[in-house]
Ligand binder design. Structure first.
Ligand SMILES: Cc1cc2nc3c(=O)[nH]c(=O)nc-3n(C[C@H](O)[C@H](O)[C@H](O)COP(=O)(O)O)c2cc1C
Length: 417
């Protein structure tokens, strides 16, 4: 369906609308990435290197997109990745959760999200609560227990973070809190985006910068930077810490951020129920190859021992099908739904999910597959040297992007800007 005022036909169009609508700082905070943005670029570019092997006859008249994640049925192999969505839309993660529920899929809620797990799980009973390793073992266990009490169905532990904070195109300023002084500082940016401002005024609130899922249910939500500071001071977990947590938590645990075969194996050893093959959407160590390149060797090593989710660079339903064909149970999306929400709130998130669903269905039809469970690696064509297992060379895209003449690109030359 062609784009209209209230409908966008591609994620690319949603991104364009988000860029027009959001204050520049908020838009850049969503684009995120680190250093030169090499990994962010390769997350997307790697999907373009994968081709299809379509069929022409005996195509299935109807396709079944549904699958299960950790025993829960979802209507397609695509769900919401946990992402802090402060200041994008007043209804934040509750709107995202509602949209995901309406589209029959699962919601990932970030520990750095702006809405409490209780409200989000009420909006979508299939919510997975995510955290980083912030605070003591007991703090983290208490976070999981609070999630379980609220109805969360899984606990996602994201481990790929090294506090990289530099970007060649400049990092957006993020205020500590929204007091009058800060509002005046940001006023010129915000006033140039009247529709963004109007959405908040309609909801009679200002963008929230608190993180209510880090502490206990009744505690006042700490500010983003307070929680981030606590995280920076927390010693990174050992495998022993992780094994302890998996043993204590009364929820299936997903280890998110795995890009190495040995880490995937350790995740199996500690009893994780699933992993997400991921590089944090290119926000961690820049130069990590596109996430999809790491998937095949990990599937080969542990695919029969736990569920393998995938995230990073999904912009079309066809990308999800490529990942499932290469062995992912389901994919998670990040920026795509943030752009949808920025463009058109809850409807925008549903719009993104609907566009993804159509793309998945079209790919199944073209490939002659009646179900997502019938997909195999033979449905896609990968160039020689595509995957990134132990001992394999760096992708050409990373080598090309390292051309020093393009260094210090202005923000407009951001890989996805
Ligand atoms: C702005 C932003 C914030 C994010 N915040 C979190 C987070 O709080 N927790 C987490 O596990 N991952 C976080 N991620 C990573 C996503 O969950 C996901 O791994 C990534 O966005 C997938 O790549 P994609 O954006 O290309 O779909 C964040 C990503 C972005 C872009």
């Amino acid at each position: 369906m062609a784009s209209t005022k209230d409908w966008f036909e591609t994620v690319n169009e949603a991104q364009w609308r988000a860029k027009k609508r959001l204050p520049r700082s908020v838009y850049l905070a969503l684009l995120a990435a680190s250093e030169r943005g090499l990994t962010l670029s390769d997350n997307v570019a790697a999907f373009d290197e994968l081709g299809w092997r379509p069929r022409v006859a005996d195509l299935p008249g109807e396709r079944d997109l549904s699958t299960t994640v950790l025993g829960h049925e979802i209507s397609m192999p695509l769900m919401i990745s946990p992402v802090g969505v402060q200041a994008v839309h007043p209804e934040g993660e509750v709107a995202v959760a509602r949209a995901a529920a309406a589209e029959g899929t699962a919601m990932g809620l970030s520990a750095f999200g702006s809405k409490p797990i209780e409200e989000v799980a009420e909006a979508n009973p299939l919510t997975f609560l995510q955290t980083y390793w912030v605070g003591s073992r007991d703090d983290i266990l208490a976070r999981a227990e609070r999630g379980k009490a609220a109805g969360a169905k899984a606990f996602i532990l994201t481990l790929d973070w090294s506090f990289a904070s530099r970007r060649d195109w400049g990092s957006p300023p993020i205020p500590e809190k929204l007091d009058l002084k800060t509002m005046l500082k940001f006023a010129p940016e915000v006033i140039r985006k009247p529709r963004y401002l109007a959405t908040y005024l309609q909801h009679r609130q200002l963008p929230e910068l608190g993180v209510p899922n880090i502490g206990a249910r009744d505690e006042e939500a700490p500010g983003f930077f307070e929680a981030y500071g606590k995280w920076m001071q927390t010693p990174p977990p050992t495998w022993e810490d992780l094994a302890w947590l998996v043993d204590q938590v009364d929820l299936p645990v997903v280890i998110k951020g795995v890009s190495r075969v040995d880490d995937a194996r350790r995740s199996v050893d500690i009893g994780a129920a699933a992993i997400s093959v991921s590089n944090h959407g290119g926000n961690n160590l820049d130069g990590t190859p596109g996430s999809i390149r790491s998937l095949p060797p990990i599937v080969e090593a542990v695919g029969d021992q736990l569920e393998i989710l995938f995230d990073g660079g999904i912009r079309r339903g066809g990308d999800a099908v490529k990942a499932v064909a290469l062995g992912a149970r389901a994919v998670m999306i990040g920026r795509a739904y943030l752009w949808g929400m920025a463009a058109n709130g809850e409807q925008g998130v549903k719009n993104v999910l609907s566009v993804m669903r159509s793309g998945i269905d079209e790919a199944l039809l073209g490939l002659g597959r009646a179900s997502v469970h019938d997909l195999t690696p033979d449905d896609v064509i990968a160039p020689a040297g595509f995957t990134r297992g132990p001992g394999e060379p760096a992708p050409a895209a990373l080598a090309m992007a390292a051309d020093p003449t393009t260094r210090q690109s202005p923000p407009t030359a951001h890989p996805e800007g």
